[in-house]
Design a protein around this ligand. Sequence first.
Ligand code: SF4
Ligand code: SF4
Length: 184
Amino acid sequence: MSETQEYVPSVIKAKEMNPKFKYEMSKKHGAERLMLCFQCGTCTADCPISRFSDFYRPRKIARMVQLGLKDRLLSDEALWLCSSCFTCVDHCPQGVEIAGIVCVLRNLSVKERGVMPLVYRELASNLLKGGYVYEIVESRHKKRAELGLPPLPKPNLEEIAKIFEVTGSSKILENVKTFEKVKS
Ligand code: SF4
Ligand code: SF4
């Protein structure tokens, strides 16, 4: 769902709930404490993304995982709005790592659905091609020199390519669809 669309909550049907999902998630690194969430809302109150979004709510993500709403979670683009600032992790009274839970859900989205937002695919491609997630144009290098700043470190592209290969990221980049493509 895009930010311009109106958020319309829909009734949860019993058949949408997968009772095993919370246990599967709890075994993943970063999501171990998800069952400790008691819905106090501190994470949402402090989340910088929730401040500007009508529908991104980390508390809701924790509850949806507990309820086993896997399909809803993985098909929701909002999952990719999290900026991984870790404010929610620092402030949660229960030590729940919402940022880690979001990371696990994103990995599942790519692994099981083969889908991610276009911008993430672009960032990964840039990293593979040039060693930085953003393309650094020549004028930026010149500006640094004019300002007396040292040149940016030269990335080792061979090593980066190797990491992409052994982690399976190259294959993912080749095959992953974007939400934009899935919707068109
Ligand atoms: S701050 Fe922690 S306990 Fe409170 S709603 Fe968020 S994840 Fe749950
Ligand atoms: S890590 Fe994500 S969910 Fe947590 S406060 Fe930052 S943006 Fe919000």
